[in-house]
Design a protein. Sequence first.
Length: 208
Amino acid sequence: MDELPTPPAMKNGWPWTEESQQIAERLPTGEAWPRVSIVTPSYNQAAYIEETIRSVLLQGYPNLEYIVMDGGSTDGSVDIIRKYDPWLAYWSSEPDRGQGHAISKGFEKATGVIFGWLNSDDVYCRGTLELVARLFLNTPNVGFLYGDCSVIDQGSSKIDHIESQPGGPAEFLTRCFIPQPSTFFRRTAWKTVGGINEALHYSLDYDL
Protein backbone atom coordinates (compact mmCIF):
# COMPACT_ATOMS: atom_id res chain seq x y z
CA MET A 1 0.00 0.00 0.00
CA ASP A 2 2.83 2.39 0.78
CA GLU A 3 4.05 2.09 -2.81
CA LEU A 4 0.78 3.30 -4.33
CA PRO A 5 -0.06 6.99 -4.77
CA THR A 6 -1.23 8.77 -1.63
CA PRO A 7 -5.04 8.62 -1.39
CA PRO A 8 -7.02 11.87 -1.61
CA ALA A 9 -7.59 13.81 1.59
CA MET A 10 -10.43 12.61 3.82
CA LYS A 11 -10.43 9.14 2.26
CA ASN A 12 -10.10 6.40 4.87
CA GLY A 13 -10.66 2.68 5.24
CA TRP A 14 -10.72 0.13 2.45
CA PRO A 15 -9.22 0.58 -0.12
CA TRP A 16 -7.68 3.93 0.80
CA THR A 17 -5.79 3.38 4.03
CA GLU A 18 -6.36 -0.38 4.40
CA GLU A 19 -5.29 -3.33 2.26
CA SER A 20 -5.87 -7.06 1.98
CA GLN A 21 -3.47 -9.44 3.66
CA GLN A 22 -0.56 -10.27 1.37
CA ILE A 23 -0.61 -13.96 0.61
CA ALA A 24 2.38 -16.21 -0.07
CA GLU A 25 4.00 -15.85 -3.48
CA ARG A 26 3.44 -19.54 -4.19
CA LEU A 27 1.03 -22.29 -3.27
CA PRO A 28 2.11 -24.87 -0.65
CA THR A 29 2.94 -27.20 -3.57
CA GLY A 30 5.49 -24.69 -4.84
CA GLU A 31 3.40 -23.87 -7.89
CA ALA A 32 2.46 -20.31 -8.80
CA TRP A 33 -1.02 -19.06 -8.04
CA PRO A 34 -3.24 -19.08 -11.14
CA ARG A 35 -3.03 -15.81 -12.99
CA VAL A 36 -6.15 -13.69 -12.51
CA SER A 37 -6.91 -11.11 -15.20
CA ILE A 38 -9.26 -8.28 -14.25
CA VAL A 39 -10.53 -5.80 -16.82
CA THR A 40 -12.07 -2.45 -15.92
CA PRO A 41 -13.98 -0.65 -18.69
CA SER A 42 -14.49 3.04 -18.00
CA TYR A 43 -15.73 6.29 -19.46
CA ASN A 44 -15.87 9.60 -17.58
CA GLN A 45 -15.86 8.00 -14.14
CA ALA A 46 -13.26 10.21 -12.47
CA ALA A 47 -15.32 10.40 -9.29
CA TYR A 48 -15.10 6.64 -8.73
CA ILE A 49 -12.38 4.97 -10.76
CA GLU A 50 -9.55 5.50 -8.27
CA GLU A 51 -11.41 3.55 -5.61
CA THR A 52 -12.04 0.79 -8.14
CA ILE A 53 -8.37 0.62 -9.12
CA ARG A 54 -7.15 0.53 -5.54
CA SER A 55 -9.62 -2.21 -4.59
CA VAL A 56 -8.02 -4.41 -7.26
CA LEU A 57 -4.38 -3.53 -6.70
CA LEU A 58 -4.64 -3.90 -2.90
CA GLN A 59 -5.94 -7.47 -3.05
CA GLY A 60 -2.55 -8.81 -1.97
CA TYR A 61 -2.79 -11.38 -4.77
CA PRO A 62 0.64 -12.32 -6.19
CA ASN A 63 -0.36 -13.22 -9.76
CA LEU A 64 -2.65 -10.38 -10.78
CA GLU A 65 -2.95 -8.91 -14.26
CA TYR A 66 -4.98 -5.71 -14.20
CA ILE A 67 -6.13 -4.02 -17.40
CA VAL A 68 -8.02 -0.71 -17.64
CA MET A 69 -9.76 0.21 -20.88
CA ASP A 70 -10.89 3.84 -20.94
CA GLY A 71 -13.17 5.05 -23.72
CA GLY A 72 -11.50 8.41 -24.22
CA SER A 73 -12.63 10.17 -21.05
CA THR A 74 -12.47 13.96 -20.79
CA ASP A 75 -13.21 14.37 -17.08
CA GLY A 76 -9.78 13.72 -15.56
CA SER A 77 -10.07 9.92 -15.50
CA VAL A 78 -6.94 9.54 -17.61
CA ASP A 79 -4.85 11.50 -15.11
CA ILE A 80 -6.02 9.14 -12.37
CA ILE A 81 -5.30 6.02 -14.42
CA ARG A 82 -1.88 7.35 -15.37
CA LYS A 83 -0.96 7.67 -11.67
CA TYR A 84 -1.32 3.91 -11.35
CA ASP A 85 0.47 3.06 -14.60
CA PRO A 86 3.39 1.22 -12.89
CA TRP A 87 0.97 -1.29 -11.36
CA LEU A 88 -1.20 -1.89 -14.42
CA ALA A 89 -0.44 -4.63 -16.93
CA TYR A 90 -1.99 -2.51 -19.68
CA TRP A 91 -4.23 0.50 -20.12
CA SER A 92 -5.41 2.70 -22.94
CA SER A 93 -7.70 5.66 -23.47
CA GLU A 94 -9.36 5.87 -26.86
CA PRO A 95 -12.89 6.03 -28.27
CA ASP A 96 -14.69 2.69 -28.41
CA ARG A 97 -18.09 1.30 -29.31
CA GLY A 98 -19.30 0.96 -25.72
CA GLN A 99 -18.51 -1.07 -22.64
CA GLY A 100 -18.87 -4.41 -24.43
CA HIS A 101 -16.22 -3.41 -26.93
CA ALA A 102 -13.96 -2.16 -24.12
CA ILE A 103 -14.34 -5.42 -22.19
CA SER A 104 -13.61 -7.49 -25.29
CA LYS A 105 -10.50 -5.47 -26.09
CA GLY A 106 -9.32 -5.88 -22.52
CA PHE A 107 -9.68 -9.65 -22.50
CA GLU A 108 -7.91 -9.86 -25.85
CA LYS A 109 -4.87 -8.50 -23.98
CA ALA A 110 -5.35 -10.79 -20.98
CA THR A 111 -3.12 -13.79 -20.35
CA GLY A 112 -4.73 -15.15 -17.18
CA VAL A 113 -6.59 -18.40 -16.66
CA ILE A 114 -9.25 -16.72 -14.49
CA PHE A 115 -11.15 -13.70 -15.83
CA GLY A 116 -13.32 -11.07 -14.20
CA TRP A 117 -14.39 -7.55 -15.04
CA LEU A 118 -15.05 -4.79 -12.57
CA ASN A 119 -16.81 -1.65 -13.70
CA SER A 120 -15.28 1.68 -12.77
CA ASP A 121 -17.84 2.49 -10.07
CA ASP A 122 -17.60 -0.89 -8.33
CA VAL A 123 -15.09 -2.24 -5.80
CA TYR A 124 -13.92 -5.64 -4.66
CA CYS A 125 -14.02 -6.59 -1.00
CA ARG A 126 -10.76 -7.44 0.70
CA GLY A 127 -9.45 -10.92 -0.07
CA THR A 128 -11.74 -11.45 -3.05
CA LEU A 129 -9.14 -12.70 -5.50
CA GLU A 130 -7.54 -15.17 -3.08
CA LEU A 131 -10.95 -16.66 -2.34
CA VAL A 132 -11.81 -16.89 -6.04
CA ALA A 133 -8.50 -18.54 -6.91
CA ARG A 134 -8.83 -21.09 -4.12
CA LEU A 135 -12.35 -22.00 -5.22
CA PHE A 136 -11.26 -22.54 -8.80
CA LEU A 137 -8.27 -24.61 -7.67
CA ASN A 138 -10.53 -26.79 -5.53
CA THR A 139 -13.18 -27.26 -8.24
CA PRO A 140 -11.30 -27.91 -11.51
CA ASN A 141 -14.48 -28.81 -13.43
CA VAL A 142 -16.23 -25.52 -12.64
CA GLY A 143 -16.26 -22.98 -15.49
CA PHE A 144 -17.52 -19.96 -13.59
CA LEU A 145 -18.55 -18.97 -10.11
CA TYR A 146 -20.50 -16.16 -8.49
CA GLY A 147 -21.42 -14.95 -5.04
CA ASP A 148 -23.34 -12.35 -3.07
CA CYS A 149 -22.90 -8.68 -3.89
CA SER A 150 -23.39 -5.58 -1.76
CA VAL A 151 -24.91 -2.46 -3.33
CA ILE A 152 -23.19 0.81 -2.40
CA ASP A 153 -24.14 4.45 -2.87
CA GLN A 154 -22.02 7.32 -4.21
CA GLY A 155 -20.23 7.56 -0.88
CA SER A 156 -19.48 3.80 -0.85
CA SER A 157 -21.94 3.14 1.97
CA LYS A 158 -23.80 -0.17 1.77
CA ILE A 159 -27.48 0.36 0.93
CA ASP A 160 -28.60 -3.08 -0.23
CA HIS A 161 -27.49 -6.67 -0.65
CA ILE A 162 -27.95 -8.98 -3.64
CA GLU A 163 -28.10 -12.58 -2.53
CA SER A 164 -26.95 -15.12 -5.08
CA GLN A 165 -28.76 -18.43 -5.37
CA PRO A 166 -28.35 -21.72 -7.19
CA GLY A 167 -30.45 -22.35 -10.24
CA GLY A 168 -30.59 -23.33 -13.87
CA PRO A 169 -31.77 -21.72 -17.10
CA ALA A 170 -35.45 -21.79 -16.14
CA GLU A 171 -34.87 -19.90 -12.89
CA PHE A 172 -32.44 -17.52 -14.56
CA LEU A 173 -35.05 -16.49 -17.14
CA THR A 174 -37.30 -15.23 -14.36
CA ARG A 175 -34.69 -13.57 -12.15
CA CYS A 176 -31.07 -12.59 -12.67
CA PHE A 177 -29.48 -14.06 -9.55
CA ILE A 178 -25.88 -13.85 -10.80
CA PRO A 179 -24.41 -10.45 -9.79
CA GLN A 180 -21.94 -9.35 -12.46
CA PRO A 181 -19.32 -7.74 -10.15
CA SER A 182 -19.03 -10.93 -8.10
CA THR A 183 -18.79 -13.28 -11.07
CA PHE A 184 -15.56 -14.87 -12.28
CA PHE A 185 -14.96 -17.37 -15.08
CA ARG A 186 -12.20 -19.42 -16.60
CA ARG A 187 -10.53 -18.23 -19.77
CA THR A 188 -11.66 -21.48 -21.40
CA ALA A 189 -15.32 -20.73 -20.60
CA TRP A 190 -15.04 -17.23 -22.10
CA LYS A 191 -13.49 -18.69 -25.26
CA THR A 192 -16.05 -21.50 -25.47
CA VAL A 193 -19.05 -19.15 -25.59
CA GLY A 194 -17.30 -16.67 -27.87
CA GLY A 195 -16.90 -13.84 -25.39
CA ILE A 196 -19.37 -11.00 -25.00
CA ASN A 197 -21.99 -9.70 -27.41
CA GLU A 198 -20.74 -6.16 -28.00
CA ALA A 199 -24.05 -5.11 -29.56
CA LEU A 200 -25.73 -5.36 -26.15
CA HIS A 201 -25.11 -2.29 -23.99
CA TYR A 202 -27.26 -3.04 -20.92
CA SER A 203 -27.86 -6.81 -20.86
CA LEU A 204 -24.43 -7.97 -22.01
CA ASP A 205 -23.63 -9.57 -18.65
CA TYR A 206 -26.99 -11.38 -18.53
CA ASP A 207 -26.42 -12.67 -22.06
CA LEU A 208 -22.91 -13.86 -21.27
